[in-house]
Design a protein around this ligand. Structure first.
Ligand SMILES: Cc1cc2nc3c(=O)[nH]c(=O)nc-3n(C[C@H](O)[C@H](O)[C@H](O)COP(=O)(O)OP(=O)(O)OC[C@H]3O[C@@H](n4cnc5c(N)ncnc54)[C@H](O)[C@@H]3O)c2cc1C
Length: 444
């Protein structure tokens, strides 16, 4: 069996390593245009900020691939012929496959803004983007970041660490309004204020203005403001990379369409990770998942199917984490940004605005917990997942809240305050804080 994997991101590499384990004799080739070796995309910002070197974000040594008989092809695939099982490469050669995994990831989403072709205007997705940003922000004084999502805040922090003033344009009335409730968004906003980051809410990009050399010199916002700048970062989301799939009869919509086994409509052609769109996502799940851990899970799942152990993809309970400057953020389960009928939430915030927790639960007895947000303190993934999966009543969760403690130094000082606040907000069923338990000793 010759398995060709297009894309050496987390999805492609996880699939390759899993297939190597399941079928030690399989012939495996990884093709990627971006880099010869796999690297951690989520760590790009740390290279720019000087915390890590480019070689530090490669999780495997360069000899690893040869040692594990994983052939690497550093090239762009330009066409896919599924009738003959052939992948054409930009250098004119072809690669024959028995099975093919499309793990082509995403690309930055652009919206045809006037001036977006000017020098100094870009998104941040890959290594060439990082190089361009490093080059084009050298010695500048101000950059405008368009978009109030996770990559937007990363770009603001990146500029800030190099002494460049970021101005962030956010369409919503608050930061990440589609995901964070107002209280959490305010906490993040305070991080912006403390770091002297200017944020313009309810403001979008109208136009980018250039100078005589074709370089960006300013942006004009929908509020009519002209902001002088020497660089613009477009962080308005990503979209599945369909360039290769669209040269073939592989069905696409917004992403490459797959069934629950991550199979496309073409036999022996699979798709997984950021580029895949699930034809029938599970209840409450999104059809396109663009996260590191879901890429890893999909890569592992599809490897089993490729090796003849057909395995449906089950994401399980939602999880995400990020960092807003110094403020860590985690979310588990169902954690909507606004009120939802039948759902209540308890919110606690540290008086100094350094930490916050929100627990979502069903309004109807027995008030089963469905989700969590944590900012500035860390909750244990396994514990929260278990509470949600077992539909644990909120009163039980609050009385055992210490079981979710991740930070032995920091968290205990907040436990009492959190439970006291819960009792104040929900006086009907007062709970007492129990002795902290071991990680897996929670009883419902
Ligand atoms: C700056 C940044 C920060 C992020 N931070 C987080 C985070 O903190 N947490 C989180 O969960 N997620 C984060 N993400 C998202 C996460 O990185 C992605 O969901 C994940 O990397 C997708 O993995 P993938 O393997 O599916 O695709 P990718 O990593 O995009 O890999 C696809 C590869 O395929 C290659 N390719 C595509 N087409 C071709 C072709 N025709 N020929 C050859 N090669 C091709 C591409 O060049 C690319 O290298 C971040 C993303 C970015 C950009």
């Amino acid at each position: 069996m010759h398995l060709v994997i297009l894309g050496n991101g987390i999805t492609g590499v996880t699939c390759a390593l899993t297939v190597r384990r399941l079928q030690p004799e399989a012939r495996i080739t990884l093709v990627s245009s971006e880099s010869a070796h796999h690297y951690s995309r989520t760590a790009l910002m740390y290279v720019y900020m000087g915390h890590l070197r480019a070689q530090d974000i490669k999780p495997y040594e360069d000899w690893f691939w040869n040692e594990n008989r994983l052939a690497l092809v550093h090239a762009t695939a330009t066409a896919l012929n599924t009738a003959e099982n052939l992948l054409s490469l930009a250098d004119g050669t072809t690669l024959a496959y028995d099975q093919l995994l499309l793990a082509t990831g995403s690309e930055s989403k652009l919206f045809d803004w006037p001036g977006q072709e000017l020098a100094g205007v870009q998104g941040l997705y890959n290594l060439p983007d990082l190089e361009a940003m490093t080059r084009d922000t050298h010695g500048i004084s101000r950059g405008v970041v368009v978009g109030g999502g996770l990559i937007g805040v990363e770009l603001a922090e990146m500029l800030h660490t190099r002494g460049i003033e970021p101005v962030v344009l956010v369409r919503d009335a608050r930061y990440w309004g589609a995901v964070l409730p107002p209280e959490e968004a305010n906490l993040v906003d305070r991080q912006f204020q403390e770091n002297h980051i200017s944020v313009r809410y309810q403001t979008e990009l109208r136009e980018i203005l250039g100078d005589a050399q074709g370089r960006v010199r300013a942006v004009v916002t929908t509020a009519g403001e002209e902001i002088a700048c020497q660089w613009v970062g477009l962080a308005t989301g990503v979209t599945p990379n369909l360039a290769l799939a669209s040269t073939s009869n592989v069905e696409t919509d917004r992403g490459i369409l797959v069934d629950e086994f991550l199979r496309t409509n073409v036999p022996n052609v699979f798709a997984a990770g950021d580029c895949a769109q699930h034809r029938q996502p599970g209840a409450g799940e999104v059809p396109i998942e663009q996260l590191w851990y879901t890429g890893r899970m999909q890569g592992e799942t599809v490897a089993h199917t490729i090796c003849g152990q057909a395995t449906p993809y089950r994401r399980g309970i939602w999880f995400n984490s990020a960092k807003f400057f110094n403020l860590e953020y985690q979310t588990y389960g169902y954690a909507p940004a606004g009120p939802v009928p039948g759902l209540s939430s308890f919110y606690w915030e540290h008086p100094g605005s350094r930490a916050a927790v929100r627990v979502y639960f069903r309004s109807e007895a027995p008030h089963a917990v469905v989700g969590f947000n944590a900012l500035g303190l860390r909750l244990r993934h396994a514990v929260c997942e278990q509470w949600i999966a077992r539909r644990t009543p909120v009163a039980t969760v609050m009385s055992q809240f210490g079981s979710a403690n991740f930070d032995p130094e920091f968290f205990p000082q907040h436990e009492k305050a959190i439970v006291a606040d819960y009792n104040r907000q929900f006086p009907g069923q007062p709970v007492a804080l129990k002795q902290r338990k071991g990680l897996f000793s929670i009883k419902n």
